[in-house]
Design a protein around this ligand. Structure first.
Ligand code: NOJ
Length: 553
């Protein structure tokens, strides 16, 4: 054992020399509403299960695979968009908010899905994309042709005319996907604004009719029986009404067409956006009140600074999102240290968040897979971490088996995010059980023979078995309302402890360093261990680099 080996005693003492466990009393976790301690499982429908063997996953595939969700005991599934769409952004470009795209199935399939999942006690959350539509949406066509009532459904602006007679966009705003956020429309002889692709024109929320249209869409799906929404791209909903130029980010060193070249003070997190979110909360709460049943919820997608995230939760007076995604852990990678983990989670334990339900996630369809980003031998450690921290756990499909990014040719990389969107690896049959052999829209990862659900179900210890154990832990953690965490000064070990009033505890220990780390079990026992931990009965356990455990005493 190297000189950095530390010895900890599995009693509740400050075990880490330089940084004793920092305590943060978390909310009394009694009388929680259904979503406050939930596991939300994100399904990217195109890649989950292709029931009709046309290469694209579908709703009947999600129905077929219900046993997996029942088996995992998730509380809710969130479906990435399933609506009619030209699929320029895989469904985040909606051309009809009330219709299911035929590639995914039809309304009967959806109603059956809803019914079956509800009967199994699993809530169904839909993706709601209010910021923009597809340029194929009838509202956009009507707006292009200035059909009365639709003129201002989108954000239109006259060009800037240059001295040499050419025109340019009205200001310097950039699209999240780079280059100008303005596209010229020949017919209307004006530019329209788009935060994302040019095929995704931004709706104009300063138009009361637009606000009402989108509320009607929410009501439409709530009336169908859905339990709530994940709301897309929330910080981008409003922009400065005067279209002021944004300042350049000093020293960014980036190309002027790169989104981050500008400091987005006029196109992100505007005050009206917060008000809109509070209004949506009131609308959802009223809906639940008027219709009875369990609380309808919504979670906001906000890649914003934490002070802004806080405002999406509420402003002290008014409530906003039930929770606003916490993307902090997406910043961790294979080189991260225990201090890095600490620095990502610490701000969320600021008292400002005390009244709000926290949430933790390590991946989604927009970011390299957790197993690839943080290292395949850290899969269990991160699944344990996002569980032990309490609140909502969001799991991107495949994280329960440690699925990694796929391998794609340059032609298949039509979108850099395709890497994390390759089909779910069910088993060792053709196309990993995604379908019956048709060419999938993205190729199945070659790693499916080593990493697949069927195999992990058969093993005594696997990521999947650990994940199931963690879902059980989650249910018990509500009785352990005190939380502490800390790291050692050389960045090797991260510890989270949950205790109850009777000094019983669960303790998470993750060796993210390069040396073995010895633990005396004392009165504690192993509740869950990462797949590589080697332990033979006795009082001592050495966590090798990458290993993690949760002890119970
Ligand atoms: C965020 C979604 O997660 C992403 O996939 C999409 O491209 C953008 N919003 C635009 O809708």
């Amino acid at each position: 054992m190297g000189k950095f080996v530390l010895i900890i005693l599995a009693t509740f003492v400050a075990i880490l020399n330089a940084s004793p466990l920092k305590h943060s009393q978390i909310r009394q976790e009694e009388n929680l509403d259904w979503w406050q301690n939930a596991v939300v499982y994100q399904i990217y429908p195109r890649s989950f299960r292709d029931s009709n063997n046309d290469g694209v996953g579908d709703l009947r595939g999600i129905i077929e695979k219900i046993d997996h969700l029942i088996d995992l005991e998730v509380d809710a599934i969130w479906l990435s968009p399933i609506y009619k769409s030209p699929m320029i952004d895989n469904g985040y470009d909606i051309s009809d908010y009330r219709t299911i795209d035929e590639v995914f199935g039809n309304m009967d399939d959806f109603m059956e899905l809803l019914d079956k999942y509800h009967k199994a006690g699993i809530k169904v959350l839909l993706d709601f994309v209010p910021n923009h539509t597809s340029d194929q949406h009838e509202w956009f066509n009507k707006s292009v042709s200035k059909e009365p009532g639709y003129e201002d459904y989108y954000i239109w602006a006259a060009p800037k005319l240059n001295e040499n007679g050419t025109r340019s966009p009205p200001n310097n705003w950039l699209s999240v996907f780079d280059n100008s956020a303005w596209t010229w429309n020949e017919q209307r002889q004006e530019y329209y604004f788009h935060q994302f692709y040019s095929a995704q024109p931004d709706l104009n929320f300063r138009n009361a009719k637009v606000q009402q249209e989108l509320k009607d869409v929410m009501a439409y799906w709530l009336d169908m029986g859905v339990d709530g929404f994940r709301i897309d791209a929330v910080p981008h909903i409003y922009e400065d009404a005067e279209l002021k130029d944004e300042p350049v980010n000093p020293d960014s060193g980036l190309n002027p067409t790169d989104y981050n070249y500008l400091n987005h003070i006029y196109t992100k997190d505007q005050n009206e956006t917060f008000s809109l979110v509070y209004d949506w909360r009131a609308f959802m709460d009223n809906y639940t009140k008027a219709n009875g049943g369990d609380t309808r919820i919504f979670m906001t997608e906000c890649a914003s600074d934490l002070d802004k995230i806080l405002y999406y939760y509420g402003n002290g007076e008014k409530l906003g999102a039930h929770f606003s995604f916490n993307f902090n852990l997406l910043g961790l990678d294979v080189n991260s240290t225990s201090k890095d983990i600490n620095d990502k989670i610490d701000p969320w334990f600021d008292r400002k968040f005390n009244n709000y339900t926290k949430n933790w996630l390590t991946g989604n369809h927009d970011n390299p897979r957790a197993a690839s980003r943080m290292g395949p031998n850290h899969v269990d450690a991160y699944n344990m971490l996002i569980t032990i921290l309490g609140g909502v756990t969001v799991t991107y499909m495949g994280e329960e088996i440690g699925q990694e990014n796929g391998e794609l040719t340059p032609e298949e990389m039509t979108d850099a995010r395709n890497l994390e969107r390759t089909p779910f690896q069910w088993d060792t049959t053709v196309n990993a059980g995604f379908n019956d052999g048709a060419t999938p829209w993205l190729p199945v990862s070659k790693k499916y023979l080593e990493t697949n659900l069927a195999d992990q179900k058969n093993k005594t210890i696997s990521h999947y078995k650990n994940y199931k154990q963690l879902v059980q832990l989650k249910k018990d953690l509500v009785n352990y309302s005190s939380l502490g965490y800390g790291y050692d000064e050389i960045g090797n070990v991260f510890v989270v402890s949950r205790t109850n009033g009777r000094s019983q505890y669960y303790r998470y220990i993750f060796n993210i360093g390069r040396e073995g780390y010895e633990i005396k079990l004392g009165s504690s026992s192993l509740f869950v261990q990462s797949v590589n931990v080697s332990y033979s009965p006795g009082d001592t356990l050495v966590l090798q680099p990458g290993d993690s455990i949760i002890l119970k005493a």
